[in-house]
Design a protein around this ligand. Structure first.
Ligand code: TXA
Ligand code: MG
Length: 321
């Protein structure tokens, strides 16, 4: 396991780059992040430049632990309960920014709230502790491309421009679930690696889902966002001539062309873990990809959300974001 064999001097070296305002790509249980000192506006600006994101969209702030997050945002009892149950883990909480918080305004894109989370990767926790600051970090992909779930994908996107802390393949494989907390209410802004039913089981009541385009929705949720170059056709029973096939569960009898299976046994966790890397692979091998139906239960909510975005028509605007 890379966490055990990693040279501790490498963490110190990368923390030094962050302290000097540089970028470091870091592993999490969801996807790799493109990290910078969240308190340094010049450093945060270089995240936007490196991703090629021409407009400012608030960034998630990664903390080593709850104590660090408490210095940045105001926790309500509900937020504290969710953090106690699910952190470290794939849950981002959107909470009011504390007055006097040292965060750069570029991180919040001018909002009075901040998305914070404690990622469940020991190397990244060690990196944040060694750097001594919270890390602003979107997914480590150029804007509009698939989120990377392995260090090699990050390197293929940014070459030698961004050092990568290699923590092995991501275990969850889709981004964190984002919840906005308003007093005693939780609203899901983005389906993600923590299934909504697990949150509902913890708090004992249903969690509202923000409607697409609603004012409270996460501003980064563009219709076309997770975009492979290949065209995607969803809910396909079988591939048509010329299409690659991305299966789930038992495969259709005769598949002539390229194919992958997200999970032969129909396990949603395995499917989430494989989603971006298999899309990435098929994208390089075919101009069109047919995708088998995925159940909408549990983690299926996040998987289907990402697939719908990957399949959405790409207009001029969303191509450039
Ligand atoms: O798993 C993840 O969440 C990954 C890893 C690296 O932590 N990060 C990630 O970041 O997916 P990014 O930038 O690709 O997506 C962040 C989303 C955007 O849709 C953004 O609009 C939303 O979070 N967001 C951040 N702060 C927010 C806030 N204060 N209010 C509402 N939405 C916010
Ligand atoms: Mg992203």
């Amino acid at each position: 396991m890379p966490a055990a064999v990693q040279d501790p001097l490498e963490i110190v070296r990368l923390a030094g780059i962050l302290k000097a305002g540089g970028l470091v790509a870091f592993p999490t249980e969801t996807v790799y992040g493109l990290g910078a000192d969240a308190t340094n506006s010049a450093a945060v600006l270089s995240i936007y430049e490196t991703k090629g994101r021409p407009r400012f969209n608030p960034l998630i702030v990664h903390c080593a632990d709850l104590a660090m997050a408490e210095t940045l945002v105001a926790f309500t009892p509900l937020a504290r309960r969710l953090a106690a149950r699910f952190w470290p883990g794939p849950l981002t909480l959107v909470l009011p920014r504390k007055p006097g918080s040292p965060l750069s305004d570029l991180v919040t894109a001018g909002l009075d709230t901040v998305g914070v989370r404690v990622p469940a990767h020991p190397l990244t926790q060690a990196l944040i502790r060694a750097a001594g600051m919270p890390l602003a970090g979107p997914s480590a992909n150029p804007s509009g491309r698939l989120s990377p779930t392995a260090a090699a994908q990050v390197r293929s996107y940014f070459g030698g421009r961004v050092p990568v802390l290699d923590g092995g393949p991501c275990t969850a494989g889709v981004e964190s679930t984002i919840l906005a907390i308003r007093d005693d209410a939780a609203i899901q802004l983005r389906a993600g690696a923590l299934p909504r039913d697990e949150i509902e089981a913890e708090i004992g009541r249903p969690v509202a889902v923000a409607a697409a385009g609603a004012a409270v929705a996460a501003p980064g949720m563009l219709a076309s966002h997770y975009a492979p170059a290949a065209a995607l056709r969803l809910d396909a029973a079988a591939p048509r001539p010329g299409e690659a096939f991305l299966g789930f569960g038992p495969m259709p009898a005769a598949i002539a062309g390229v194919s992958r299976n997200l999970s032969p046994s129909g396990d949603l966790r395995e499917a989430a873990r494989n989603l971006f890397s298999m899309l990435h692979e098929l994208d390089g091998e075919a101009a069109a990809i047919a995708v088998a139906p995925i159940p909408q239960t549990g983690l299926g909510e996040a998987i289907n959300d990402r697939l719908r975005r990957a399949a959405a028509p790409r207009d001029q605007l969303s191509r450039t974001l």
